[in-house]
Design a protein around this ligand. Structure first.
Ligand code: HEM
Length: 535
């Protein structure tokens, strides 16, 4: 039995190593035949050709030939860890979710951090958004909180996701650049789709180059709907607050690290856990009344390019996550884990955010290809830690041997079950009406007031960093028209910023009036030292 350096024994089950795959002292074929030699092919004479009948040679090479699976279409580069979530027991007034119910309630979790654009072998410290995907193995089934380290997204509607990713990924002709947003297609897209401005500002700020996974915030981004045991609902945004605080690299450090140690972040996490310096985050909720217009203080809660400043709705802490165990096998766990926003538990519901709605389709769809068919929920890392009794059958890579004759309901052959129950997940009844239109609400048209608020909440040195980042990244564009179009966007945010970037690019600053913005600070944390009852 493996004992981790922290003295903690591996959990039972396949994730501690599969006893069926690695039993006994002898090397065998996949059929269990003991082998006498694995270094020499069977040949017709010492100097002769290899024989087709050498089953071991063919099995060994065939299996190797198929070792790789497609990398994720986005978020391909990732690193992960196991841990435990402990509830503070103060969220029951907002949600009946069992993992948040009792004080001290513990839930197993698996968290995968990632960059968005780089391929599996790219560097960790590039300027990019970071994924922060959490799988809670709750007593009520798996709940996945699939978030990022930036609280807003580039686009308001999932239908643009292929476009923004095509613009951000390396150019199709030369596959340049890898994992950097410094090229014409990216700046072309974001200057034409100005809803991206808020996310771009966070990317160009120090938030785009985190120092370590342990010093990143995490955000569920979308607004969710929570339901308590009385059936009352409230709208909510999820936040992860790192106990170590938020820290970033400076650009020179990030570039040097990318060259000297492309594994900078994953090495830091694995080494820290190995040495007992665990990663810690507190889970927080921002709560808003579930009003008919789904806005709060004039901010549209269904617009994923908007935040709600913490001065208006404080983040209320409801539990703590500790990451304390490295994966046993990168491929089995980090590579094969499959997150999905539709993995919900009672007390947590989706909303009509059009970005969220499209994501509900996309993840399973891509995983059907990436993980080779419909049975990836049977993989050890994806398997819930509660009994599963579905009527899903057969399919590629089926590993279960299902009993019975009647995988349908109701049936009169297998005792009638498995049964549905009123204690199961029930969607909140929603009235859905309206004309089928391809249009946004008018509130989605404001693309600039929040990036302006973000920029003005930064300290002077952080503003210098953002000016340098825009100058460096836009400076990589070949097309002058694209730079000029983005400068027009910057003119709407702040005249000094626009002039400084324009000067750095050797271009004239366009005339333009900056938009009005509130005095609020999106990065201000107003977290009470002790979590109290949430309101
Ligand atoms: C993967 C976050 C928007 C499609 C991921 C991952 C994260 C993430 C963290 C990596 C999961 C992992 O570690 O395995 C987000 C956030 C979004 C967003 C926070 C916006 C708020 C979208 C949209 C789409 C999309 C709009 C598509 C319409 C995908 C796909 C993957 C992915 C296809 C790869 C999944 C896999 O291969 O398992 N996303 N994403 N995402 N995302 Fe998103």
């Amino acid at each position: 039995k493996t004992v981790s350096p922290t003295g903690r024994t591996e959990r039972e089950g396949l994730l501690g190593g599969d006893p069926r795959a690695q039993a006994g002292d002898h090397l065998t074929t996949a059929q269990g035949l003991r082998l006498s030699d694995t270094d020499h092919s069977l040949k017709a004479g010492r100097r002769g050709p290899s024989l087709l009948e050498d089953h071991h040679l063919r099995e060994k090479i065939t299996h190797f030939d198929h070792e790789r699976i497609p990398e994720r279409v986005v978020h391909a580069r990732g690193a992960a860890a196991h841990g435990t979530f402990v509830s503070y027991g103060n969220a029951a007034s907002a949600t009946k979710a069992g993992f948040l119910a009792d004080k001290g309630k513990e839930t197993d979790v698996f968290v995968r951090f990632s960059t968005v654009l780089g391929s599996r072998g790219s560097a960790d410290t590039v300027r990019d958004t970071r994924g922060f995907a959490v799988k809670f193995y709750t007593d009520e089934g798996n709940f996945d909180l699939v978030g990022n380290n930036i609280p807003v997204f580039f686009i308001q509607d999932a239908i643009k996701f292929p476009d923004v990713i095509h613009a951000g990924k390396p150019h199709p002709d030369r596959e340049i650049p890898q994992a950097q947003s410094a090229h014409d297609t990216f700046w072309d897209f974001v200057s034409l789709h100005t809803e991206a401005t808020h996310h771009v500002f966070w990317n160009m700020s120090d938030r785009g180059i985190p120092r370590s996974y342990r010093t990143m915030e995490g955000f569920g981004v979308h607004t969710f709907r929570l339901e308590n045991a009385e059936g009352e609902t409230v709208l909510a945004k999820f936040h992860w607050k790192p106990v170590a605080g938020v820290h970033s690299l400076v650009w020179e450090e990030a570039q040097i690290a990318a060259g000297v140690d492309p594994d900078f972040h994953r090495r830091d996490m694995a080494d820290s856990i190995e040495n007992g310096a665990f990663l810690e985050y507190e889970l927080g909720l921002q709560l808003f009344p579930d009003t008919e217009d789904e806005t709060f203080e004039g901010i549209d809660l269904l617009d994923p390019t908007k935040i709600v400043p913490e001065e208006l709705a404080p983040v209320q802490l409801v539990g703590k996550l500790t990451l304390d165990r490295n994966p046993t096998n990168y491929f089995a766990e980090t590579e094969q884990v499959a997150f999905h926003l539709g993995n919900l538990v009672p007390g947590i519901h989706v909303t009509n955010d059009p970005l969220l709605q499209g994501r509900l389709f996309s993840y399973v769809d891509t995983q059907l290809t990436r993980l080779g068919g419909p049975n990836f929920s049977q993989l050890p890392i994806n398997r819930p830690h509660v009994p599963v009794n579905d009527n899903l059958r057969d399919g590629m890579h089926q590993t279960a041997v299902h009993r019975g004759l009647a995988p349908y309901l109701p049936n009169s052959i297998d005792g009638g079950g498995p049964f549905t129950s009123e204690e199961g997940y029930v969607e909140i009844p929603r009235t859905i009406s309206g004309q089928a239109v391809r249009e946004n609400p008018a509130s989605f048209d404001d693309h600039f007031s929040q990036p302006a608020m973000f920029y003005h909440s930064l300290t002077p040195v952080e503003q210098v960093h953002i000016i340098e980042a825009f100058t460096f990244e836009l400076g990589k564009c070949y097309e002058q028209a694209i730079k000029e179009r983005e400068l027009e966007v910057l003119a709407k945010i702040d005249t000094g910023l626009c002039e400084a970037v324009a000067a750095g690019l050797g271009l004239p600053a366009p005339a333009g009036e900056p938009v009005a913005h509130g005095p609020l600070s999106p990065t201000l944390s107003q977290i009470p030292a002790e979590p109290g009852p949430i309101t």
